[in-house]
Ligand binder design. Structure first.
Ligand code: DGJ
Length: 558
C-alpha cells in the first residue's frame, strides 16, 4: 500500500503546477515540430463540438449545452455575430458573449469563439445592417463584370477598419470577463474566408492594387519574381492576389484583437475539394466550388507569409472520402501549422477521422452541428457481413474514452509518443512500429486462432498505442485487439530474445493520476488486449524481454 501511495505521488509530481503557470493565458507550445494547446499550464486536447450557426442565442443555448454534455465534449465552439454585437456603429452589445461564457462555466466546458465578421462561408452575411446598407462607405467585392457581390471587398480600408475595431472590442471584452478564468481558449477569426462569386475583387480600388507591384518582402518570401501580380504569379495571379488581400486583411483583424488579448487564433478553411463529377477537370475553380483566396491547400504558403498573426490554418472536413482526409491532414499538418479540425461531419466516419488526426498530432477535433437532433447513422445492411455483429458508431464514444485522460493524451502527443492506426477497407490487420516493440493491431471480432481478423462491416476499427516507458504502453481502441512483439528489425539481429507481458492494468486517469481498477490476465491478455464494444478501457501494459532459449543447452543439442 505504502509503495502504491508513493508511486501515485511520484506520478502526480512529475508535472507540478506553479501558480504562475496556471495563470498563463492559453497559448500554443511547440516542441520539435509538434504542438500542444496549453491551458492553465497543462496540455489540453480539444474534444470539441460546434453548435449550429444560429444557436448562440439565449433561446437555443440550453440545447447546445445538453448536446455537448451528451457527447462528452470538453469544449464548445460557438459563434459571435457581428450583426448582433454591433447593431449600430460603435455601440457594442456583449450580452450573447457574456451568456456564452457564463453558461459554458456552469456546464464545465471551455469555449472557442468564432468571429462571424466580414466573412462567413465566403460571403458577408453577418456584417451589421449599417454596413450592408451602405456599399458606398463599405464597398463590396465586384466581379469581372462589375456586379456587386454579397462579399465585402478585402481591398477596402473602411471595411478593414470597421472589422478591426469590432474584433478588438470583442477581445478587450473577453479579457475583461475571462482574463483570469480562461474559459475561452481559442478564437476563430472570420469563418471560411475567401470569396464566393468571383476569383478576385475587380472593384476599381482592387484593380489598381492588382496592377501595382506585389509587396517586395512578400514576393521575396514566396520566391516569386518582382513586378505586378501577373508577372509574379502568372496563371495563378488572380487567386494569389485574392489570397494575399484576404490574408492581409484578416491578419490585421487578428493583430488588433491580439493587441487586446493575445489568445491563439485560427482561420477555418473551406478547402478545394477535388472535382470528381466533371470530365477533363483536374481542379475546382476558385470562387465557384470554393471561396477564392481563402486558405485552401494551394494558398497555404501565401497565408503563412501574409498572416503571421494567425496561428493555425484549420481545415473543415466534410467528406466520407478517407483518402481525401489523409491528404488534407498531410497538407495542413506542417512544422509551422498545428493540426486542428474545427469542423467535421457528425457521422459514421467521425471515429476513425478523430483517431487518425490524433495520431498525426492534432490539438483538437470538433464535429459541426452538435445541437441538431442526432440520428445515429446505421450502416447500410447491404454492406454487413452476416456473421459480424453490427455496432452503430456513436460519435460520443470517442470523447467518452478520452475526456478523462485528455491532458495525458495531449502531453504524449506533444512529446511525440502517441501513435494510432485506423481500419481501412481490405486492411483489417496493421502494425505500429515503436522503437522497442511492434504493436500488431487486428480489427473486428471474432478472432479465432489462426484466422485472419474479419474487420468490421463499416471499417470503423481504430486503436491507439502511446509509449510511457521503454516497454510500457498506454493502449486503447475500438473493435480492435492489440498485441506486442519484438520489433521485426530487432528480431533479425538478435534471434535469442522474446517479449512477454509483466502486467496489464485496466484503469483511468483521475485528476491526472493513473488509478488501476483491475489487473487483466488470462483471456483478457492471452490473445492480445481486446477492445470490444462501445466503452473500451484504457490499459497500461508493461512488457519485458528475456532470452528465447538457454544458450548452454542449445549449444549442447547442436
Ligand atoms: C461550414 C461552415 O464553416 C459552418 O459555419 C456551416 O455553415 C457548415 N459549413 C455547413 O453547415
Amino acid at each position: 500500500m505504502k509503495k502504491l501511495v508513493l508511486f501515485v505521488f511520484a506520478l502526480a509530481s512529475l508535472h507540478p503546477q506553479s501558480d504562475a503557470q496556471s495563470k498563463q493565458i492559453p497559448h500554443l507550445e511547440k516542441r520539435d515540430n509538434r504542438f500542444a494547446l496549453i491551458v492553465d499550464g497543462k496540455p489540453f486536447l480539444v474534444l470539441g463540438g460546434q453548435i449550429n450557426n444560429s444557436s448562440a442565442w439565449p433561446a437555443t443555448l440550453p440545447g447546445a449545452w445538453s448536446a455537448a454534455e451528451a457527447m462528452h465534449a470538453n469544449t464548445v465552439e460557438a459563434p459571435v455575430y457581428w450583426e448582433q454585437m454591433e447593431p449600430t456603429k460603435g455601440a457594442f452589445d456583449f450580452s450573447n458573449v457574456d451568456l456564452l461564457v457564463n453558461q459554458a462555466r456552469e456546464h464545465h466546458v471551455h469555449l472557442v469563439l468564432l468571429w462571424f465578421g466580414t466573412w462567413k462561408n465566403g460571403q458577408n452575411h453577418y456584417v451589421p445592417e449599417w454596413i450592408k446598407s451602405d456599399p458606398k462607405t463599405y464597398p463590396r467585392e465586384e466581379n469581372a463584370y462589375g456586379k456587386l457581390l454579397d462579399v465585402m471587398s478585402p481591398n477596402s480600408a473602411a471595411n478593414l477598419d470597421a472589422d478591426k475595431r469590432a474584433f478588438a472590442a470583442l477581445m478587450r471584452h473577453v479579457k475583461s470577463i475571462d482574463g483570469t478564468e480562461h474559459t475561452v481558449i481559442l478564437v476563430q477569426v472570420e469563418n471560411e474566408s475567401g470569396s464566393v462569386g468571383s476569383i478576385r475583387d475587380f472593384s476599381p480600388a482592387a484593380q489598381k492594387a492588382f496592377e501595382a507591384d506585389v509587396p517586395a518582402e512578400f514576393a521575396r518570401t514566396l520566391h516569386a519574381p518582382a513586378g505586378n501580380w501577373t508577372k509574379a504569379f502568372g496563371p495563378d495571379a488572380d487567386e494569389s492576389f485574392a489570397a494575399y488581400s484576404t490574408a492581409h486583411y484578416i491578419n490585421e483583424v487578428a493583430a488588433a484583437g491580439k493587441a487586446e488579448y493575445p489568445l491563439p487564433m485560427y482561420c477555418n478553411v473551406w478547402f478545394a475539394y477535388p472535382v470528381h463529377a466533371l470530365e477533363n477537370r483536374d481542379r475546382p475553380s476558385a470562387g465557384q466550388e470554393y471561396p477564392s483566396g481563402g486558405p485552401q491547400q494551394a494558398n497555404i504558403p501565401i497565408w503563412k507569409a501574409a498572416a503571421p498573426s494567425i496561428d493555425i490554418l484549420a481545415p473543415d472536413f466534410y467528406s466520407d472520402d478517407f483518402t481525401l482526409f489523409r491528404n488534407i491532414v498531410a497538407a495542413y499538418r506542417r512544422d509551422d501549422n498545428p493540426l486542428f479540425i474545427p469542423e467535421s461531419q457528425f457521422g459514421i466516419n467521425f471515429g476513425r477521422y478523430f483517431f487518425y488526426a490524433l495520431g498525426h498530432g492534432a490539438i483538437g477535433f470538433s464535429p459541426f452541428g452538435i445541437d441538431r437532433a442526432q440520428q445515429p447513422e446505421v450502416p447500410n445492411p447491404q454492406g454487413v457481413i452476416a456473421s459480424a455483429p453490427v455496432r452503430t458508431v456513436n460519435p460520443a464514444e470517442n470523447y467518452a474514452l478520452f475526456r478523462a485522460p485528455e491532458e495525458q493524451i495531449a502531453r504524449l502527443n506533444l512529446e511525440g509518443k502517441l501513435y494510432t492506426v485506423v481500419e481501412d477497407k481490405g486492411a483489417p490487420r496493421q502494425s505500429i512500429h515503436l522503437t522497442t516493440a511492434d504493436a500488431a493491431v487486428s480489427f473486428g471480432f471474432p478472432q479465432p486462432d489462426g484466422a485472419y481478423p474479419p474487420g468490421t462491416p463499416t471499417f470503423q476499427g481504430r486503436a491507439m498505442v502511446a509509449q510511457l516507458g521503454p516497454l510500457e504502453f498506454l493502449v486503447t481502441g475500438f473493435d480492435a485487439s492489440v498485441s506486442f512483439t519484438l520489433p521485426a528489425a530487432e528480431l533479425q539481429k538478435q534471434q535469442n530474445q522474446q517479449i512477454e507481458i509483466l502486467q496489464a492494468d485496466e484503469g483511468q486517469y483521475v485528476d491526472g493520476v493513473w488509478r488501476t481498477t483491475r489487473i487483466l490476465n488470462g483471456d483478457q491478455t492471452d490473445r492480445g488486449l481486446n477492445f470490444r464494444g462501445a466503452n473500451p478501457p484504457l490499459v497500461r501494459i508493461r512488457l519485458h524481454t528475456l532470452p528465447l532459449y538457454d544458450e548452454a543447452v542449445h549449444r549442447k543439442v547442436e
